[in-house]
Design a protein around this ligand. Structure first.
Ligand code: TTP
Ligand code: MG
Ligand code: MG
Length: 455
């Protein structure tokens, strides 16, 4: 159950494609707060953007089938769920009772595996709020978590179930507020501006309705932030977790946003944070105090201008209702670390398989791409990526393998590897990629692989 052997996952990057902006919103019968605002135009309405994020999502979904675990420290991680195994064990341990998937809520607490004594490589995907009190949460290693909270219950992941509930809560949202942007398995942006009732109490009323509707349908709670734009809404949704609502108005910038660490801005990662810190900038307020030109000189024109705007709470990005993938990738974490030279044959086979899997994903979904890249994670957890943009679009496994192999040669390979990934980006729908252009571009490339290929 705790085995992470070559747990292959694929990631679908997403980007905006279509923006649906309707000036009027239909009255939705499921929205009882709407009546007073029907038929008014947007012109005078302030922009109200919500960010809704489910609370401890994977763990909360697990608690739906194991309600006896409510309030207990539970972490999700390790291997994938195999219900038959579980039921089989139950039948052996408790033969006096009948066990089927209808009896999961009757599983005695002492039957659930605990973190205590965990050895292995698994990491936590998420933890219940009861578990978070012990300092454990997403991305923490299970072994480390076992030391911090040995009594925590460890459950395996069940992505199908999370996807099922993801679809369900999003369907409830679009039923009430149709301008929704899907931002991943457990979060969305919603444009409240023209939704009937969306302006009441600056969005709080509609946020409450969404929470209630989602909870009634799924039994899951979520937190909502409502603000003048996506940037602020995303920060706001974290302010009152779990099961909270937080409203941020333009005037709240100084009091609610500026005291926060720069890292709270979605888009400022660990690297940018470190660089900002090296200039003595820790909070968003300190960032806002810097001159825009100074930021552009030190972070580049684009990033500098963006940092300036973000620190002043400015963000004009629309809520986009459909999305297209921008990349597809496959990656795998090894059971034990592998070395590029000593384990060359094994790595080569895994590498080829990853390329075939990405190619399969692209072909199944009807995409081609022209940026091919690799991701490596070393035994010290350092991550290295390399990519290469080729002159044409492809979804061919061998081509992907060839260019990914070239990327690999540009990576440092002295240390042992924990993880290997292959990604194809700059995607286009296969039917949109013009065949003639592809052929011409391919002809311009060297026909043979340069010697010295690594895997
Ligand atoms: P989050 O929304 O970041 O976290 P959460 O829903 O578990 O908790 P919160 O109440 O703070 O929002 O992520 C959503 C799901 O994505 C999470 O339940 C599990 C998964 N996930 C991972 O698998 N690995 C990670 O590192 C993170 C952050 C999330
Ligand atoms: Mg969440
Ligand atoms: Mg989330």
């Amino acid at each position: 159950m705790l085995d992470r052997t070559a747990a292959t996952s694929w990631v679908l990057g997403r980007a905006a494609a279509t923006i649906v902006a309707s000036l009027y919103c239909r009255l939705r019968f499921r929205n009882p707060y709407a009546a007073s605002e029907v038929n008014t135009t947007t012109a005078t309405r302030p922009r109200r953007i919500a960010h809704l994020d489910m609370d401890a999502f994977y763990a909360s979904v697990e608690l739906l089938r194991y309600p006896q675990l409510k309030g207990l420290p539970v972490v999700i991680g390790g291997g994938r769920r195999r219900e038959d195994d579980l039921l089989g064990k139950l039948r052996v341990a408790h033969p006096e009772q009948e066990w089927s998937s209808a009896h999961l809520h009757q599983i005695p607490l002492d039957f659930f595996p605990r973190l205590a004594g965990y050895t292995g490589r698994g990491v936590i995907t998420t933890a219940t709020y009861a578990a978070r009190q012990f300092g454990i949460g997403s991305a923490v290693g299970l072994m480390k978590a076992a030391k911090l909270c040995p009594q925590a219950i460890l459950l395996p992941v069940d992505f199908d179930q999370y996807r099922h509930y993801s679809r369900r809560f999003k369907a409830i949202i679009t039923d009430i507020a149709p301008l929704m942007e899907d931002r991943g398995v457990d979060e969305v942006y919603i444009d409240f501006t023209d939704v009937p009732g969306g302006q009441r109490e600056a969005g709080r009323v509609l946020a409450r309705l969404l929470q209630k509707s989602i909870f009634e349908d799924t039994g899951l709670t979520c937190s909502v932030g409502v603000a003048p734009n996506k940037l602020l809404a995303k920060m706001a949704s974290e302010f009152n977790k779990p099961n909270g609502i937080s409203i941020v108005l333009e005037d709240d910038l100084k009091t609610k946003i500026w005291p926060l660490a720069c890292r709270k801005i979605n888009g400022i990662g660990p690297k940018a944070e470190a660089k900002l810190k090296s200039h003595g900038i820790e909070t968003i307020g300190q960032l806002a105090a810097r001159d825009q030109q100074w930021l552009m000189d030190h972070f580049g024109e684009r990033s500098g201008a963006w940092l300036h705007a973000a620190s002043h709470g400015q963000d004009e990005r629309p809520v986009v209702t459909t999305s297209e993938p921008v990349n597809m990738s496959r990656e795998t974490t090894f059971e034990s670390d592998l070395h590029a030279v000593r384990d060359r044959a094994e790595l080569g086979a895994i590498f080829t398989r990853l390329c075939e899997q990405v190619a399969g994903d692209l072909q199944r979904k009807g995409y081609v791409g022209k940026t091919i890249g690799i991701k490596l994670r070393f035994d010290d957890f350092q991550i290295v990526t390399r990519d290469q943009t080729i002159g044409y679009f492809t979804s061919d496994a061998q081509e992907i393998r060839r260019f990914a192999g070239q990327c690999l040669k540009r990576a440092p390979l002295q240390k042992r590897l924990r993880l290997l990934g292959v990604r194809v980006g700059a995607l286009l729908k296969a039917e949109d990629a013009k065949a003639g252009n592809e052929d011409a571009a391919r002809a311009a490339l060297p026909a043979h692989e340069p010697t010295g290929q690594l895997f």
